[in-house]
Design a protein around this ligand. Structure first.
Ligand code: ACO
Length: 330
């Protein structure tokens, strides 16, 4: 039986570190408030004109090296981001050109925090159907340039960071690899975490009035996000475990999308799983949206927490609302 397996992972974050104390200097917030509500202590922000494709390309290079592959081996690219360099085309083609991948297909995925899991499911389907043998999956974001870094925007601004992670996905015949995944959405909550502009509904895409109202900035109903996330994470983790014939007791590590520590703590409590079995690095990166799972997965492996034969569960929830999970025999 052919499965698909992650054969290489890597991540890249821009060098500039922005601490909570740095944010205290530009808006009315405190390190204590941010740490207590989110667990976040610092995040990375890009400088100059660095785009999400630049971060993604660096992560992709590391993932390819980790897999022992070169750009010539890649036969398809999936790029997950909500913050592509341009309105169109998406970042996939930028990677194709800059990495010199030949004329392979490049797909762009916009499922925000769940983007990496959605992308992984696409890679898995293509590989299991025999269409491709080496798919490069990238999740990368530059959130910092779209945040309202004034006190008015503090509820969201303190949460997000920039970064990228990537995975190389290849066929496997030894029983290892992706065992199951599940994808869900509920568009009734689309306006609870969204960025309205630029919009194709508007002649000129954005008006002065929209800019003045801040419609080009992301907005969030934090409590609604929190409530849904803490329900959907445990639900989808259990769903992929049932689908793969496992229970929570079999799991070696859950690597969730890194939204905030309090969401993870609530998930740990609802699942009744040991704290050490749920990986956390949100304190150092904040929420990097589509990049957060591959960054966390890479750091978890570097920490010796992801080893051949382990049962690893990925789970994500975010804008849409869209959420998903994936069970992997590493
Ligand atoms: N610094 C200081 N004070 C702040 C800040 C800040 N950065 N942000 C908000 N406040 C204030 C508010 O103005 C409010 O003040 P008031 O009582 O005088 O009106 C007070 O703090 C409490 O605000 P709440 O919004 O009620 O705070 P809450 O306890 O709900 O926490 C938070 C807010 C952290 C955003 C929470 O709702 C949350 O974690 N939601 C999930 C959001 C999330 O993770 N989004 C990421 C994208 S989706 C995903 O990845 C899953």
């Amino acid at each position: 039986m052919i499965r698909s397996r992650i054969t290489g992972i890597g991540f890249h974050v821009p060098p500039r570190v922005v601490t909570n104390h740095d944010l205290e200097k530009i808006m009315d917030t405190t390190d204590a408030w941010i740490v207590e509500r989110t667990g976040i202590r610092e995040r990375h922000f890009v400088e100059g004109d660095v785009g999400s494709s630049d971060l993604g390309i660096e992560a992709a290079r590391k993932a390819l090296a980790d897999a022992g592959r070169t750009p010539a081996d890649v036969d398809f690219v999936v790029f997950a981001t909500t913050t592509s360099d341009w309105m169109f085309p998406g970042n996939g083609v930028i990677v194709q050109e800059k990495l010199g991948l030949g004329n392979v297909g490049a797909l762009d995925v916009r499922n925000a925090c769940s983007g990496f899991i959605y992308s992984l499911s696409v890679a898995d389907a293509f590989i299991r159907m025999g269409q491709y043998k080496c798919v490069l999956v990238i999740g990368a974001e530059v959130q910092s340039t779209g945040l309202d870094l004034r006190t008015e925007g503090r509820d969201m601004a303190v949460l997000f960071g920039d970064g990228a992670g990537a995975a190389v996905v290849e066929p496997s015949t030894d029983g290892s690899g992706i065992l199951s995944w599940a994808l869900h959405s509920d568009g009734q909550f689309a306006r609870d975490l969204w960025c309205e502009a630029p919009s194709s509904r508007v002649p000129g895409r954005v008006t002065q009035a929209m800019l003045e109202a801040g419609q080009q900035l992301p907005r969030m109903n934090g409590r609604q996000v929190f409530k849904n996330a803490t329900t959907r994470f445990p639900e989808v983790i259990n769903e992929v475990l049932v689908a793969s014939g496992h229970t929570l007791a079999d799991v070696d590590l859950v690597v969730p999308h890194q939204a905030n520590q309090r969401i993870s703590d609530a998930v740990v409590q609802r699942l009744g799983i040991a704290h050490e079995k749920v990986f956390q690095n949100v304190q150092r990166y904040g929420n990097t949206t589509a990049a957060s799972i591959p960054i966390a997965l890479t750091e978890a492996r570097e920490a010796g927490l992801v080893n051949r034969g382990d049962l690893i569960v990925l789970a994500a929830f975010g804008a849409g609302f869209a959420w998903g999970g994936c069970a992997i025999r590493w």
